[in-house]
Design a protein around this ligand. Structure first.
Ligand code: T46
Length: 142
């Protein structure tokens, strides 16, 4: 599915594809807030130099919506919400994983050279994190 069809953050987790501008010089992907990404972009961060033996994440966000893009390498993302438990492989720059609020997620860098780019609709706020799984289940049930 093309990300251009995504108008909102429902469902909570969704794998999307971005349009690639490619020619003999290579490829270019442009992501515009409110268009290619279904929210206004307030923060961009990236994660790299991660050992395959040390998965990251293991938290949910109370309000934050994000899109995860593996711009180099191969990363597994585990997501849990409601009764669902899903695994996604991010291995292409034109693939993005939308993760909405109240999704417990973790990332394993299968390829240790991987770079994970994350686009978010909010500034960094530690109060938005739920880092305890039992608290996540309680808040999710409310
Ligand atoms: C998420 C996944 C996909 C900041 O100071 N500013 C920031 O914008 C971020 C994202 C982090 N930090 C600090 C907070 C910690 O001291 O960087 C340190 C590492 O953060 P954390 O342990 O939360 O990293 P991950 O890889 O477990 O999770 C990150 C994001 O924090 C999180 O929102 O959804 O990537």
């Amino acid at each position: 599915m093309s990300v251009n069809n995504v108008k909102s953050m429902t469902p909570k987790v969704e794998l999307v594809r971005f349009p690639v501008h490619g020619d003999e010089r290579g490829s270019l992907i442009a992501l515009e807030g409110g268009q290619d990404v279904p929210f206004e972009i307030r923060r961009v961060y990236y994660i790299y130099g991660v050992s395959a033996a040390l998965p990251r994440g293991f938290h949910a966000h109370r309000k934050l919506n994000q899109i995860l893009i593996c711009i180099h390498g191969k990363i597994n993302v585990h997501c849990e919400y409601g009764e669902k438990e899903e695994e996604y492989i991010l291995d292409s720059s034109d693939k993005g994983l939308l993760i909405g609020s109240l999704v417990w997620h973790s990332m394993t860098f299968i390829d240790e050279e991987s770079v994970l780019l994350v686009i978010a609709d909010g500034h960094y706020d530690e109060a938005d994190y739920i880092r305890d799984y039992n608290i996540f289940k309680k808040e999710e049930g409310k």
